[in-house]
Design a protein around this ligand. Structure first.
Ligand SMILES: [Zn+2]
Length: 323
């Protein structure tokens, strides 16, 4: 009996590394996660992901599966041709400049492909998830930051220097709030968790509902993004206003992207999708209010479908698309 070909992927997050094995239909055969321990620096992290890759190979061999390459999704801009981190990566100290593919290849003696984490997620959602079957897809994640990945004609758009797709840093207000990137008025400066917390705090200074009082034990000091989303799900008006507002800000930026690229599907993932049903609807309405009808009449705006599995699944597919 010849071995069945399957895929192995590793998704490096700021907090956890998620990894697993899956087959050509997207069925997950094995999945696990480990803390990233980003504070320990790049060398221990490289050892950890190399060990994880070996563990995945071992599990595959045990079940008589064959894996032809290891795929890795990393935060920050990654040169997908060399597997080197070329952009800054605030969550992992010292990660910029790390030769992920070269270091892993040397120890594993097999092909290793690396790309940006949101590019990987976009690939997985296009192959197995919310944008299944689409050829042109824009994927956005809204959480601590706002990330993006663009697929055109089934391929990840990397641009001239592997820096394409950073749609979180598109300016939507000339003199808007200072963004983590140093620019002003980026989408991220309105839609990041911190931006949502700041706007909610301002609104709640004028008084809070019974729902918020319960969720926060009566104190604004307890305000976190999770508590805001919990209040929104319980039907709190202020929390829902903030979620909808955030959706409108994202929609303003995405309407430009939709006019530019005319995608079939816009996929929205990340923590924001825990904030209740209103967010994706608000993004959709704002895009359709602003972009050309010709660009939106066949457009679907939808929540990501693969959740935490998208990153490692997309990474596992990299060897097919980035060769
Ligand atoms: Zn920015």
């Amino acid at each position: 009996m010849s071995d069945v070909q399957i895929y192995a992927g590793i998704d490096i997050g700021g907090t956890n590394i998620k990894f697993g094995l899956f087959d050509a239909e997207g069925k997950i055969l094995y999945r696990e996660q480990r803390p990233t321990m980003a504070e320990k620096g790049p060398t221990p992290l490289l050892h950890l992901i190399t060990n994880i890759a070996e563990r995945l190979m071992y599990h595959a061999a045990e079940e008589n599966y064959s894996v032809r390459w290891i795929g890795v999704g990393s935060p920050g801009a990654v040169d997908h041709r060399t597997g080197r981190v070329i952009g800054p990566c605030p969550n992992i100290e010292g990660w910029q400049g790390t030769e992920i593919a070269a270091a892993m290849r040397e120890r594993l003696n097999m092909p290793v492909f690396v790309d940006n984490d949101v590019n990987s997620m976009a690939l997985a959602e296009t192959r197995f998830g919310a944008a299944m079957g689409a050829r042109s897809v824009v994927c956005v994640t809204v959480g601590t930051g706002v990330g993006g990945g663009v697929i055109i004609d089934g391929k990840v758009v990397h641009g001239a220097n592997s820096s394409a797709g950073e749609l979180g840093h598109m300016t939507i207000e000339v003199d808007g709030p200072l963004c983590a990137c140093g620019n002003h008025g980026c989408i991220e400066s309105f839609c990041s968790s911190q931006a949502i917390i700041n706007r909610t705090r301002t609104k709640l200074k004028n008084g809070m509902s019974d729902i918020f009082r319960t969720v926060l034990d009566g104190s604004l000091d307890n305000l976190t993004i999770k508590k805001i989303f919990a209040a929104a799900r319980k039907g709190d008006q202020t929390a829902n206003e903030v979620v909808i507002e955030t959706g409108r800000y994202l929609g303003v930026g995405l309407s430009g992207i939709v006019n530019l690229l005319n995608p079939e599907v816009v996929v929205i993932g990340g923590g924001i999708t825990d904030g209740g049903a209103g967010f994706v609807g608000a993004v959709n309405e704002e895009i359709k209010r602003r972009a050309f009808t010709s660009a939106t009449e066949n457009l679907t705006v939808t929540k990501a479908a693969l959740g935490n599995d998208a990153g490692f699944m997309g990474a596992g597919l990299l060897g097919e698309v980035n060769q």
